[in-house]
Design a protein around this ligand. Structure first.
Ligand SMILES: *[C@@H]1O[C@H](CO)[C@@H](O)[C@H](O)[C@H]1NC(C)=O
Ligand SMILES: *[C@@H]1O[C@H](CO)[C@@H](O)[C@H](O)[C@H]1NC(C)=O
Ligand SMILES: *[C@@H]1O[C@H](CO)[C@@H](O)[C@H](O)[C@H]1NC(C)=O
Length: 408
């Protein structure tokens, strides 16, 4: 089983950061990590030479996404198997490149990486030959229930729903608290269908509410050059009746595009024969596409939340954990992850406060951070789903402080 090559950037050989995948079937080339970004950003802004702080190992996982492939062409997999193969890939990498094995090791990822990273960490922490120091998850899927429940509040309070729909939702979905996740009341599911239409089908960029939609407003489902194109990765409202119907309709040859994402430049670049050669991509590897519909549609989602994994990591009292969220993302919105971190009920070390970073216009508020024992929740103000792409300078500052164990 092949796994895609990474693009490690080597500066200070003290750290090894593993960046594992995003939304299911969606390889992580889109949101470049700080080392790739800083060479541009910091040069432009400060006229300084690129200062990189870690070596990066990118995992294109599970097999079937990006350049990774499987010899038996079987791309059905699930959360447990992915955690295992990511662990084995990491072990294999360190066997082949033992010079990295004593480095401090951090595991990071975003989006569906919210599942991949804690489940991988659960295995890594049990292997004493791996020098695990910490885990960082960006705009992660931590709990489907909290993600859906918070999104409806997020949408209303960001001006997307209006009072009529909000009143209907309150009446049909809420009593003491609101259940927008698996509410059996048909009036509630009807109103939630309207919410989903607004968030996913009206043309908003769900990955960044305030960014335009590259390529213009598109349908959630369309036919282009005789290919069915789906623009829905199936991570939200999985309990809603329409989502289950959706999944049945989609079991055939389709192209899966994340909505409002222009994948043309990355596809052209990565499929260039010289680039493939430079990355040592095997001839047997698939063409690089932004999303694998096959992997996505056959994927077995086994964890509805990763509470158990986080509690296990925290109970070791020796790992640094960071949950960070761009605060204008609607795929994995900040509030759902904030609720999730709060629900772990760790002791508060430093109350929620703004965190600052230096930018061209001087010192700026990067967002807010609340520090608990061994785990911090941090927002990145004005950033969407892909924090390093949207806010590279703030993201670089955040990652530096995280890796070095400095206060945010
Ligand atoms: C996950 O996938 C593995 C490998 O295909 C399989 O053995 C296992 O039964 C699956 N687990 C579940 C719960 O489906
Ligand atoms: C759904 O709404 C209709 C019309 O407002 C109402 O008559 C009905 O009782 C509601 N159903 C439930 C289960 O609340
Ligand atoms: C985790 O918390 C414990 C208890 O407060 C502390 O002793 C330890 O140094 C912390 N570990 C890290 C990595 O921050």
């Amino acid at each position: 089983r092949g796994s895609g090559a990474g693009a490690p950037v080597l500066i200070n050989p003290r750290f090894l950061l593993v960046w594992a995948a995003p939304l299911v079937g969606f390889p992580k080339m889109l949101s470049a990590m700080p080392c790739l970004l800083c060479s541009v950003q910091i040069n432009e802004i400060n006229g300084r030479v690129c200062v990189c702080i870690a070596n990066m190992l990118y995992l294109e996982s599970p097999a079937g996404v990006g350049f990774s492939y499987s010899d038996d062409h079987n791309y059905a997999t699930n959360d447990t198997e992915v955690a295992l193969v990511n662990f084995l890939a990491l072990k294999e990498f360190l066997r082949l490149f033992p010079e990295f094995s004593s480095n401090q090791l951090f595991l990071t990822g975003e989006s569906y990486g919210g599942i991949y990273i804690p489940t991988l960490a659960e295995r890594v922490m049990e292997d004493s030959t791996l020098n695990l120091q910490g885990v960082a998850v960006g705009n992660g899927m931590s709990s489907y229930e909290m993600n859906d429940n918070s999104l409806v509040f997020f949408a209303y309070y960001h001006g997307l729903l209006g009072d009529r729909l909000w009143t209907q939702l309150q009446n049909a979905c809420c009593s003491d608290s609101c259940n927008f996740y698996n509410n059996p009341n048909p009036n509630c599911t009807d109103s939630l269908a309207d919410v989903q239409d607004i968030i996913y089908s009206s043309g908003l960029n769900m990955y960044n509410l305030y960014a335009p939609c590259p390529g213009g407003v598109a349908q959630r489902l369309s036919v282009e050059r005789q290919t069915l194109v789906i623009r829905d990765l199936g991570n939200s409202f999985i309990q809603h009746p329409s989502s289950r119907l959706w999944k049945q309709v989609c079991r055939r040859s389709v192209r899966l595009d994340p909505p409002c994402t222009n994948s043309t430049p990355s596809s052209l670049f990565l499929n260039d024969p010289y680039v493939r050669k430079a990355l040592h991509v095997r001839a047997a590897a698939l063409d690089w596409v932004i999303c694998s519909s096959e992997v996505n549609l056959k994927y077995g989602r086994l964890f509805l939340d990763v509470r158990k994994q986080y509690l296990k990591l925290l109970s070791a009292l020796k790992y640094r954990v960071l949950v960070y969220n761009g605060d204008v993302d609607m795929a994995c919105n900040f509030m759902g992850d904030e609720w999730f971190v709060e629900s772990l009920q760790q002791q508060v070390e430093v109350q929620r406060r703004p965190w600052l970073y230096d930018d061209v216009d001087g010192r700026q508020v990067g967002g807010f951070v609340k520090e608990f024992d061994n785990i911090s929740f941090l927002t990145v103000k004005g950033s969407g789903h892909m924090v390093p792409s949207d806010k590279p300078v703030a993201a670089f500052t955040m990652f530096s402080r995280f890796i070095k164990g400095q206060p945010f």
